[in-house]
Design a protein around this ligand. Sequence first.
Ligand SMILES: *[C@@H]1O[C@H](CO)[C@@H](O)[C@H](O)[C@H]1NC(C)=O
Length: 592
Amino acid sequence: MIVYVLFTALTGLLVLLLVHLRNPYFWKDAHYAVTTLLIGVRLHNFRKRKPFYSILDCFLDKVAKQPEKKFLIFEGGSYTYRQADQESNKAARALRTHARLQQGDTVALFLGNEPHFVWIWLALAKVLVAGSELKGAVEEVLPDLKQLGVRVFLLSDACDVEGIESLSDKIREASDQPLSAQLRANVNIKSPALYIYTSGTTGLPKAAVINHERLWMATFLQSIVGIRSNDIIYIYLPLYHSSGFLMGLCGAIEKGITIVLRRKFSASQFWNDCRKHNVTVIQYIGEIMRYLCNTPKRDNDRDHKVRLALGNGIRADTWAEFLQRFGDIRICECYGATEGNIGFVNYIGKVGAIGKEHFLHKMGSPYALIRYDTEKEEPVKDSRGFCINVPRGETGLLVAKIGHRTPFSGYAKNKHQTEKKKLRDVFEKDDLYFNTGDLLKIDNEGFVYFQDRIGDTFRWKGENVATTEVADHLLMLDSVAEANVYGVKVPGHEGRIGMAALKLKENMDFDGNAAYQHAKSFLPSYARPRFIRIQDTLAVTGTFKQMKMKLAEEGFNPVIIKDPLFFLDDNKGYVPMTQEIFNSIADGRIRL
Ligand SMILES: *[C@@H]1O[C@H](CO)[C@@H](O)[C@H](O)[C@H]1NC(C)=O
């Protein structure tokens, strides 16, 4: 018997060793598999559990378990889990009495990153199924709101604007005693938890419906990347977007950890805040990591306790520079959209990848990369009218099957936009997929790379130009701090020609000659930016993604654009743009 057990154990070890040699990521893959399986089981239980167990119930459990642990640190003050619970009880009671909220009402939270955002959202979860919906500046739209029967409350003790009621006084007077769970008895896993406006890099912002199921899934990301109960997370991303709210705040509640909340991102204060509060986990998105790398070097750059960075959108060059400068921080790059039904996690830490394929993941949420025609802006179809999988290593459009476990809730009251994100008859008649709008590539080892977003690619002289790729090359120039590449229309030409908005490093000038030599060595002629526009700041969305549409519309007319403008003259390199050049292009004397 003992011999048999020993033999089995040895064989097992040998098999593991062989697998490990063949697959260097074996242990991390296995760890990821176990973690996702456990999370799958939890989610399954949540789906069946009655009454429904929401993130609020999870919060209340933490309050019971660790009442005196710090929950929120904000501008010199802090609140324990118990205090946060009491604050939200008061807000819930005030709202219940004075706003006479009913189950199913929608509430708009027009608030920045501050504790009240958290209390009121928790309060809303305590009194009813409520979505927090962001609306434009309130006073401006007040007449419209009135007409729609919307009541407006202001977080102040008094308010003299007619039609706006004060709330702070009412919250202060309300009791901090718990509210009956009966108030939310009808909430289930499919009930909307909130609406989140997508940032709208390529189109207008749309309100994505986030139900409790989706909220739980996003929340588990912190467990997947290995955040521990003694971690301290720094949240500066807007709480009205999914990164800050779902992955940050709700994830922190699920883990029961301490949050350091900041009103707004500040590159100069970032590391000071981390040092002051012993922050161990940071979030990033879009251009944030580049902003941090662009700050002047300091002696204490590595003096901090940050061990993990969670986010998405870091480019490979920034990634390497960030590690070299700020030390050994595990960067966990993830991919996913607020409204999407698919995500990837780069749990290995491979520089440049947004995720890694995993067979379990693929079983749970089927997805595919399909061939896409960037000119016609639609998927390529085979002779039978179905989409075509791209071979490994090639770029394709990511689509994810919409199903029971991978639902797509769409956008609130916007059927047209919701339908636009759905693809039918992808691989068989009547199947249904979510169109992510993202072009990805998956290599032989299963690492997933972001290539481009549809709409971020433009065509010139029959060739596709990927804006991110061109931007990466421009960023190699010594003087360039940030680069935003887009295509502009030229009279009498098909397609769009490349243009770049650049932000220069402090006290640096644009070196037209160096830029020209660089573009010539690294980029094919059709991809070289013909026009360069120097700006003091490059516009980004609330989630720090670059805005291209307005820049593309403004074009390259020196009468309209007051920023320094340069033109790539084939013989001379980048020269200052003049009205004369503009006119010559317009009437065809200069051929592009
Ligand atoms: C941060 O950690 C150090 C030691 O590790 C401790 O002395 C200090 O009090 C901590 N700071 C805060 C704000 O908790």
